[in-house]
Design a protein around this ligand. Structure first.
Ligand code: DON
Length: 319
């Protein structure tokens, strides 16, 4: 496939090597025009399909970027991984596991059938149903308090205050009938402890938080670094929470394609429908890509190719 030979080490390669590999992966995959920009959330359809950025951040805080790595895009489903970590840190491994589960559904991220087939259990926190349950479990007596908890926690992962994209939020809030239905169904099964409409609203907010590939790589590197942000040196979550989060990203971060992803990339990853992917190499660092052309499962096409190639050439593949 033209990939560089796999050589795993305990750290990222030297700076010049990383920069060169990023440059060549960007040039190679920038020519791919497969996939389409998401349009089921109206404001996402306005994204420029040609944008493409890659960023890598080591646990030592060194970061490397190429292309459109400073473009702002909404986190979308990538937020689910960080919410999972924040809520696990607050309420514990066992409670979360009992309430949500850690197995793949084998079905799409917004599947209603998956819930019905599993007696109302979402099965994992990476699909929309599981992410909604995680929000219902978020500390806070009111919707405003829960939202503040999540926005502040996500911001600590990034090392700067993450802002909401009001246009993306309004657009999704006006059209998220399926997510409202999932929340109502979870409530009817007794799996949602908080108001389903308020829960869906907080979910829509977290999906609308703006990041860049560069900032997302820092968020991922915090998970790689056992919960300490490599730039601010602040502890965001505990090490065992990072381990749990990476395990669930490995089983379910790419939904029904998680097996293919792990087989090809060999690292836990999480996608979002605005075109971002974060991939974490425990103990080493993280990679983030942004390119809004998606495949049928809602994952960035260029991002998948670049991540697969760089996982090998940077020596990150776990296996
Ligand atoms: O709930 C939704 O449909 C979106 N806010 C997020 C979906 C998403 O990012 C799926 N992942 N690729």
């Amino acid at each position: 496939s033209g990939d560089a030979p796999f050589t795993s080490t305990g750290h990222l390669p030297p700076r010049r090597t990383v920069s060169g590999l990023l440059r060549s992966a960007h040039a190679t995959y920038a020519t791919l025009d497969d996939g389409t920009v998401a349009d089921y959330i109206p404001s996402l359809a306005a994204a420029d399909p040609g944008r493409f950025g890659i960023s890598v951040c080591g646990v030592d805080g060194n970061s490397f970027s190429i292309g459109d790595a400073q473009d702002a895009f909404s986190l979308q489903s990538i937020s689910k991984a960080f919410t999972f970590a924040l809520v696990c840190d607050a309420i514990g491994h066992t409670t979360v596991r009992q309430a949500v589960g850690v197995n793949n559904t084998g079905l799409a991220f917004d599947s209603v059938m998956a819930l019905e087939l599993n007696g109302g259990s979402p099965r994992n926190p990476m699909v929309n149903a599981g992410a909604l349950v995680m929000i219902s479990l978020t500390p806070g007596d009111s919707a405003a308090a829960k939202w503040q908890y999540l926005q502040e926690g996500m911001s600590r992962f990034a090392g700067r205050r993450l802002q909401l994209d009001a246009q993306v939020y309004d657009s999704e809030a006006a059209t998220n009938h399926r997510n409202r239905a999932l929340a109502a169904l979870l409530r009817s099964y007794g799996h949602m402890s908080y108001d389903p409409l308020l829960t869906t609203d907080i979910y829509t907010r977290q999906c609308s938080l703006l990041v860049t590939a560069r900032g997302l790589a820092v968020m991922g590197a915090t998970l790689a670094d056992g919960g300490v942000n490599p730039l601010t040196h602040e502890r965001v979550v505990g090490p065992s929470v990072c381990r749990d989060t990476l395990a669930v990203m490995a089983t379910s971060g790419m939904y029904q394609r998680s097996g293919d992803w792990l087989y090809e990339v060999g690292l836990p990853g999480k996608s979002g429908v605005s075109g971002g992917i974060v991939t974490v190499a425990p103990g080493k660092g993280a990679m983030a890509t942004y390119s809004p052309r998606l495949d049928a499962a809602g994952t960035s096409v260029r991002g998948q190719h670049a991540t697969r190639s760089l996982s090998r050439s940077l020596g990150l593949d776990l296996f």
